[in-house]
Design a protein around this ligand. Structure first.
Ligand SMILES: [Zn+2]
Length: 280
């Protein structure tokens, strides 16, 4: 008989960037808070995504150990380094854990590894975990956890290419990676050329699963992991799209309007960068 599963979410705190242009209204330039999800059975557990800095990983490893489970697998939802750079550090403590990703995500990880210096070290000098990973493809039928099958959901382009989620049918949990954000400004710099249409389709796929719990890849630590974040992610995209079409509006006015409509969302820097890339 399959074990009852439980899940727990760790959120790595936002980290200050250096050397990047200022954000309007004095908001700090930080990296978004990033989530990791532990899916636990009676004895074993599977972790989805790891954060990226030495400091984050020290906290995450203590947190994983606090559940006293045998970590059998780590699943990486997509290739952005902030969701996997810490995995080698985790494997030093859990050498028997297998690392899984889809073939497309594994190829993305190899590319991201090459750009670690130019894209990450420059903004967070000395803080980025080192080391490469070579994930295995997920077995047919999914990742096994005490008689439960954890299933990959391919979501295509959302905040980047080839994103996925991990679906846990027995508890109706979707660990959504960056296809869903929860009270956090969304990274839209890669949204050109139909990216938003693809993101809306991903949200349709998620809603068709009818999840009870959804863990967003980037979230405000105080927010619950319920399905409401899916519709809020859609609303954010629709609003951003509408404001992109407004004429005679400055980037700063666009920014202020989004801040007014989505008050208290984490990481206004992500919004500002999205506006800079979307509006000439
Ligand atoms: Zn991300």
């Amino acid at each position: 008989m399959a074990s009852d599963l439980h899940f727990h979410v760790h959120v790595a705190a936002p980290t200050l960037e250096v050397g990047t242009p200022p954000v309007p209204r004095g908001f700090p330039a930080v990296a978004s808070p990033v989530s990791s999800t532990l899916i636990a059975g009676d004895h074993d557990a599977v972790l989805v995504d790891t954060p990226w800095s030495h400091e984050h990983m020290a906290a995450l490893i203590d947190w994983v150990d606090s559940f006293d489970r045998n970590l059998t697998a780590v699943y990486i939802t997509h290739g952005h380094g902030d969701h996997w750079f810490g995995t080698p550090a985790l494997l030093e403590h859990h050498p028997n854990a297998k690392v899984y990703a889809t073939a497309d995500v594994s190829a993305y990880i190899a590319r991201q590894h090459k750009h670690r210096g130019s894209m990450w070290e420059s903004r967070f000098p000395g803080q980025i975990c080192q080391g490469q990973i070579n994930p295995e493809p997920v077995p047919d039928g999914g990742i096994s956890l005490e008689g439960n099958a954890l299933q990959v959901v391919e979501l295509g382009h959302t905040d980047t290419d080839d994103t996925t989620g991990l679906w846990v049918p027995s508890i109706r949990l979707l660990v959504a990676g960056d296809s869903v954000y929860n009270h956090c400004h969304q990274y839209l710099n890669e949204a050109a050329h139909g990216g938003l249409e693809s993101w809306y389709r991903a949200l349709d796929i998620i809603q068709a699963l009818d999840p009870v719990y959804v863990v967003a890849g980037h979230k405000d630590v105080a927010q619950p992991d319920d399905g409401g974040a899916v519709e809020r992610t859609r609303k954010y995209l629709q609003t951003f799209e509408q404001l992109t079409r407004e004429e005679g509006q400055t980037r700063e006015e666009f920014f202020d309007e989004m801040i007014r409509l989505f008050p208290g969302y984490a990481n206004p820097k992500a919004l500002w960068r999205s506006i800079v890339s979307a509006v000439a």
